[in-house]
Ligand binder design. Structure first.
Ligand code: AOF
Ligand code: ZN
Length: 371
C-alpha cells in the first residue's frame, strides 16, 4: 500500500513537470495540442521535450533525442497519448517502442479520432506497460481548446468582460475608460498572447476603436475578427490601420456596400469573409471556418449583443469576468445585452466557478457546461 502511494506521487511529480513543459508552448501549437514528455530512469530525468509548433516534431521525439541510448528501459511521462498515425510526422508510439522504453505513463487519451486509444494499444501490444490517467484533469484543461475543436469542429470560446459591481460595462453616456484595474487590463494581454483569435462585434469597433493587438513584451498578435454584417466600421479604424503581425478579418454579409468592400479588400493584412446572408453573419458557420483555418481558440471581447447571440447559440465555453469595485447606476449597457432571459428559473448557471482578487478586481471564471 505504502509503495503504491509512493509510486503514485512520483508519477504525479514527473507528470506535473511534463505538463509544465507542455505549457511553454502556450498559444503556439494550434491546431495541435500542447504536449510535454519527460523520460525518467533511476528516478533521474534523462530527456525532456515539448511540442513547439504544428508541423514540427512531437514532444516524444525531442525527449528521445535528448536521452539517446539511455532511453532503453526508461519510463516516459507524456501529457497526451502518444500518436499512432502518420500525420505531418511519423507515429510517436513507434518511436517509443523502437527506443526500448519500458513503461509509458499517459495523462489522457488523445481525443483526436485519428488516434483515440490506438497509440496506447500499439504500445501495449509491444509489451510496454502503459498507465493512463495521471493528472488527467490538469492535462485536459491545458488543452481545453484542442479537445473541443478536434471533437466538434467548433472553436473553444472564452468570453472576457469587465463590469462594475452594479453590472455595467459603461456608464449611461457610453463612457467605459476604464472599468477594470490596470492589473486586470495587463492580464488581458496575456490572454491575447495565448488565444488564436480575438472576436468582437462591430459596435465595439464603432464605440471604442480598439487595435486588439497584444502589447505584452515577447507576445504575438492574435487574428482579429470583427463581426460586422453591414460593414459599418470606419475605414480608418485601428483594427484596419494599426500594424499587427496577424490579419484582421471582417465577417460580413450581402448587406455590405460593394465599393467599401473592394477598398477594404485592397488593404494590407485585411481579409473579408462575405457570407451569403442578407443581414446577419451566420455565426456557427463563421466559427467553423475559423477551425478550418487551424484557429481553435477564440477570445470574445464583446460587445454584449454578440456575446448574447453566441451564448444563446451555445457557442461559448468559458466566462472570465473582472468585476470592478465601482458603482455607476443608470441605464448603462450590460455585458449580455443580446441575451434576454425572462424567468430566473431559466437563468444560465456556470460550473467549476473560481474567484480571486489577484488583479484588484473581483476576478471570476466559470464554464457553461460541466466537465
Ligand atoms: C503526440 N505528441 O507532441 C503531439 C501530438 O500533424 P501532426 O503529425 O503533428 O499530428 C497532429 C496530431 O498529433 C494532433 O491532432 C494530436 O492528435 C497529436 N499530437 N501527439 O504524440 C505530441 N503534439
Ligand atoms: Zn506524436
Amino acid at each position: 500500500m505504502q509503495r503504491e502511494t509512493f509510486q503514485k506521487s512520483t508519477d504525479e511529480t514527473f507528470m506535473s513537470e511534463a505538463i509544465k513543459l507542455a505549457g511553454q508552448a502556450l498559444g503556439r501549437t494550434s491546431p495541435n495540442p500542447m504536449v510535454g514528455c519527460i523520460l525518467v530512469k533511476n528516478n533521474q530525468i534523462i530527456g525532456r521535450g515539448y511540442h513547439q509548433k504544428a508541423g514540427t516534431p512531437h514532444a516524444e521525439v525531442h525527449a528521445l533525442s535528448e536521452a539517446q541510448d539511455q532511453a532503453k528501459d526508461a519510463t516516459a511521462y507524456v501529457t497526451l497519448e502518444p500518436c499512432s498515425h502518420f500525420g505531418r510526422t511519423p507515429p510517436c508510439s513507434d518511436a517509443l517502442i523502437k527506443a526500448g522504453v519500458k513503461r509509458v505513463v499517459v495523462a489522457m487519451q488523445d481525443p483526436n479520432p485519428l488516434v483515440a486509444g490506438r497509440g496506447i494499444q500499439r504500445l501495449r501490444k509491444a509489451g510496454i506497460q502503459v498507465d493512463v490517467g495521471v493528472l488527467q484533469h490538469e492535462a485536459a484543461s491545458l488543452n481545453e481548446a484542442f479537445c473541443k475543436a478536434i471533437t466538434t469542429t467548433m472553436p473553444f470560446i472564452l468570453y472576457k468582460t469587465a463590469l462594475t459591481l452594479d453590472g455595467k460595462i459603461a456608464t449611461e453616456t457610453g463612457d467605459s475608460r476604464w472599468v477594470s484595474s490596470v492589473l486586470s487590463r495587463q492580464y488581458v494581454h496575456q490572454l491575447r498572447n495565448q488565444y488564436d483569435v480575438i472576436l468582437v462585434g462591430s459596435e465595439t469597433i464603432l464605440h471604442d476603436n480598439p487595435a486588439l493587438t497584444c502589447r505584452l513584451p515577447g507576445g504575438r498578435d492574435p487574428i482579429r475578427l470583427v463581426v460586422d454584417g453591414r460593414c459599418r466600421l470606419a475605414e480608418n479604424s485601428q483594427v484596419l490601420t494599426s500594424s499587427a503581425e496577424s490579419p484582421c478579418i471582417i465577417a460580413t454579409t450581402k448587406a455590405a456596400p460593394v465599393d467599401k468592400l473592394s477598398r477594404l479588400q485592397k488593404l494590407k493584412n485585411v481579409e473579408i469573409w462575405q457570407y451569403d446572408t442578407s443581414r446577419y453573419v451566420p455565426l456557427k458557420q463563421m466559427l467553423k471556418d475559423l477551425v478550418c483555418r487551424g484557429w481553435i481558440s477564440v477570445l470574445l471581447e464583446g460587445g454584449g449583443r454578440l456575446a448574447g447571440a453566441l451564448i444563446e447559440n451555445e457557442c461559448v465555453d468559458k466566462l472570465e469576468c473582472f468585476i470592478a469595485p465601482k458603482l455607476v447606476g443608470g441605464n448603462g449597457p450590460s455585458p449580455l445585452s443580446g441575451l434576454n432571459i425572462q424567468l430566473m428559473k431559466d437563468a444560465i448557471e456556470l460550473y467549476d466557478l473560481q474567484a480571486d482578487m489577484n488583479f484588484r478586481d473581483i476576478h471570476v471564471t466559470g464554464y457553461f457546461r460541466p466537465h
